[in-house]
Ligand binder design. Structure first.
Ligand code: FAD
Length: 305
């Protein structure tokens, strides 16, 4: 029996009620992208995710689009949306407005982030002159403004700006102490990084959920560029798997499905039952991975419209 088949059999021992998933989408720029996003949402919604999150473009560039995507999710589905929010390029008053607007729209969950430096990753983060200086300040304010669930980022392979693992864990502890309730990790491909991170976070006295972020590899070149920018390492075995498939999207998809399945099932074997998928606004690979995790479409209708 192959390693994958063995894991598939073990994963059958857990029921769909024991697995919880969430999906991240980004706000579309064009009508065509809007169509693609909604096709993905409609395909994934019957899997009854715990929540779906909508990102906030670098420098707050998608504020309106993030808001309108979330509004439509609330109006047209029974999914629970989480709005991402960063401190970049905006005053405290402007960021607070977004928090108030999220609340008024029905959002009860914020993914609270500092955001990337406006000059780009690798430059020092410069806060807006009357803005929040860090994610910790932002979290404190969200707590004061509204009774939201607050998710924050975690970095199994450390953030590119990290000075040391110790200072990173201290910073993470400060985010939790400020009122964050769960951690969603940056994506990773080698589960050992995530499992080691969980041990280190627990040893630092942080006991909230640490949800692994999983990215499906629709396009190896694109994902490896993302990975390089955010400090996620690409193991040699992963590079080998996609080697020679640059112009073969069908095979890439099949290989990517196998890679994602292997990764989540290995995590299930390590007792992990909650997953956050970076969908990149596409459904197929995420749907297939969730299916392998035992999830099946729920019968109750999800459309409110
Ligand atoms: P923080 O966690 O506050 O800080 C990042 C790192 O910097 C820390 O891990 C630590 O190493 C170091 N650091 C910062 N302050 C201190 C300190 N005082 N002491 C010690 N170390 C410190 N970006 C977007 O633009 N829009 C999004 O919607 C978005 N969504 C994301 C969702 C998730 C789940 C993740 C993991 C990332 C997301 N990002 C998003 C990317 C994120 O904005 C960048 O990684 C950004 O550079 C850091 O933001 P943060 O909230 O993770 O920062």
């Amino acid at each position: 029996m192959t390693r994958l088949a063995e894991k598939t059999r073990r994963s059958h021992m857990i029921t769909e009620d024991e697995i919880a998933v969430s999906f991240e989408f980004f706000p579309p720029k064009t009508a065509k992208m809007e169509e693609t996003l909604w096709a993905a949402i409609k395909r994934l919604a019957p899997l009854a995710p715990e929540f779906v999150s909508v990102t906030y473009g670098a420098g707050g560039s998608t504020r309106e689009r993030t808001h309108s995507t979330i509004g439509r999710i609330i109006r047209e589905t029974s999914l629970k949306p989480a709005g991402h929010l960063t401190c970049v390029g905006a005053s405290k008053a402007e960021v607070n407005d977004v928090i108030h607007n999220y609340w008024a729209t029905g959002v009860r969950h914020i993914v609270a982030l500092r955001g990337d430096p406006q000059k780009g990753i690798g430059h020092e983060f410069e806060a807006h002159k009357s803005g929040y200086k860090s994610s910790v300040d932002l979290i404190k304010s969200i707590r004061e403004i509204a009774a939201m669930t607050i998710s924050v980022s975690g970095y199994p392979e450390m953030h590119p700006e990290s000075l040391s693992r110790k200072s990173e864990l201290d910073h993470l502890k400060a985010k939790i102490d400020a009122g964050a309730t769960q951690i969603i990790t940056q994506f990773f491909f080698d589960n050992a990084h995530y499992l080691r991170f969980v041990d280190q976070v627990r040893a630092r006295g942080i006991w909230c959920p640490i949800i692994p972020g999983i990215v499906p590899i629709y396009n190896y070149k694109q994902v490896s560029m993302f990975a390089e920018r955010c400090g996620t390492s690409i193991p040699y075995w992963l590079t080998r798997r996609f080697e020679g498939l640059e112009h073969d999207p069908d095979t890439t998809n099949l290989v990517a499905a196998a890679v994602a399945a292997e990764q989540v099932m290995d995590l299930v074997d390590h007792g992990i039952q909650t997953f956050h998928f970076y969908t990149l606004n596409r459904a197929n690979l995420v749907y297939a991975t969730c299916h392998l995790l035992g999830l099946r479409p729920r019968k109750e209708p999800l459309d409110r419209s």
